[in-house]
Design a protein around this ligand. Structure first.
Ligand code: ZN
Ligand code: FE
Length: 253
């Protein structure tokens, strides 16, 4: 039986995710922006948390953990443990653990913070990216360098195209407005921007997306493409420099 993913809106624009294995009843939570909506979703479904996976140390991803952790194993980056709630299981890049026998692959995707993790769960067809790769965007470089974020995005881009990208925020509409300044003539991007507006108007989340969608429309993931380099007058420039320029433009957009 496949793993079920439930998106839980939290705070004003955050997402947490529940990953549920019906056969065993195991339920993992990825990030805990706040406890109440997550607990309400668990209660509504009659689920109990077996594991809590932490992507990074920012309060809008960990503030709810203390209130939710009873009975669950809290898993986060060993290298960033000093800034995280107490960990029951410390992991790092390349490690694997499991949710009820389903493998979870740990990827270091530093850039937004140093020590930001993504969790790839092939049996769920999903990667949990929080503030690294986001829907039509990527996280701001608060701690890491453009080189680190470009390496992180490149690792994520190597996952299968049909992978669901479960990212941490509903920033897609603003990201679409920015993306259109980079590639105004990209028809996939134009269509996605329209679909995003419609989803927002209807109160529907635009997260998760798919990696294929991101590859077709996300300017940060597309920095290596000749047409993107040409669009910002950087033909022939190194991929990472193009990424850095797009990130710089977004910071002042
Ligand atoms: Zn963050
Ligand atoms: Fe965040």
């Amino acid at each position: 039986m496949p793993l079920e993913i439930v998106t839980v809106p939290c705070l004003s624009d955050n997402y947490a995710f529940l990953v549920h294995d019906a056969a065993s009843g195991a339920t993992a939570l990825v990030d805990a922006p706040e406890a109440a909506p997550i607990q309400a979703e668990l209660d509504r479904r009659g689920w109990r948390l077996s594991q809590i996976l932490i992507t990074h140390h920012h309060g809008d991803h960990i503030a709810g953990i203390d209130a939710l952790r009873s009975g669950a194993t809290v898993i986060g980056n060993a290298a960033d443990a000093a800034r995280l709630p107490p960990l029951d299981h410390a992991v790092g890049d390349g490690d694997s653990f499991d949710v009820a026998g389903h493998a979870v692959h740990v990827m270091d995707v530093s850039g937004h913070t140093i020590g930001h993790l993504a969790f790839h769960i092939p049996d769920a067809g999903a990667v949990f990216t929080a503030d690294s790769l986001m829907a039509l965007g990527c996280g701001r470089l608060f701690e890491g360098s453009a080189t680190q974020m470009w390496a992180s995005l490149s690792k994520l881009a190597a996952l299968p195209d049909d992978t669901l990208v479960c990212s941490g925020h509903e920033y897609t509409a603003a990201n679409a407005r920015f993306a259109l300044t980079i590639e105004p003539g990209n028809p996939d991007l134009q269509a996605r921007a329209k679909a995003t507006e419609a989803a927002n108007a209807a109160g529907r989340p635009t997260v998760p997306s798919t990696l294929a969608d991101e590859k077709a429309t996300n300017p940060f993931l597309r920095a290596a493409l000749p047409e993107v380099k040409a669009a910002i007058d950087m033909t022939g420039a190194a991929d990472v420099d193009v990424f850095a320029e797009i990130r710089r433009r977004k910071d002042t957009f």
